[in-house]
Design a protein around this ligand. Structure first.
Ligand SMILES: [Zn+2]
Length: 143
């Protein structure tokens, strides 16, 4: 219900800002997941910001990247199993725009590998799927 409310608030904001219905939908979905499809629903994602920014969009703004909090997270998140899920240099690969604040738990080994090789989750999964041993394990799991 909250996701639906957030989606509609943003959509109507764009619509009231002289956009067509199609434009409003497109602009909304640049940052707002279709209700029911947010990665937050997995329980593995967290939006993290700095208290100094809470008065601006709850701190969920690109400028978070310039805070000491963000710098620490970018440096250390992988050691705790987290990745920056939608990095700025992966906008062409991931269907979601850069979010300096959205972190996703993937486990320490995965996070460190992805961080060390500059891989987005989509790229990492593609590599894993090409690995025959991993493909076999996955097919055994689905049997
Ligand atoms: Zn998020």
């Amino acid at each position: 219900e909250l996701q639906q409310q957030i989606y509609e608030n943003v959509y109507w904001g764009h619509l009231n800002n002289d956009n067509s219905e199609a434009e409003a939908k497109e602009l909304t979905e640049e940052y707002i997941a279709i209700p029911g499809t947010s990665e937050h629903m997995t329980g593995l994602a967290a939006d993290i910001s700095d208290p100094a920014l809470y008065h601006l969009e709850n701190g969920l703004i690109t400028e978070f990247e310039d805070t000491a909090t963000a710098q620490w997270l970018y440096e250390n998140a992988a050691d705790y199993g987290f990745i920056l899920r939608y990095p700025s240099d992966k906008e062409g690969i991931i269907d979601v725009k850069y979010e300096s604040w959205h972190f996703r738990y993937v486990g320490r080994e995965n996070a460190q590998y992805m961080d060390g090789n500059n891989l987005a989750l989509e790229e990492y999964i593609a590599i894993l799927q090409k690995n025959e041993a991993i493909r076999e394990q996955i097919s055994e799991l689905s049997e």
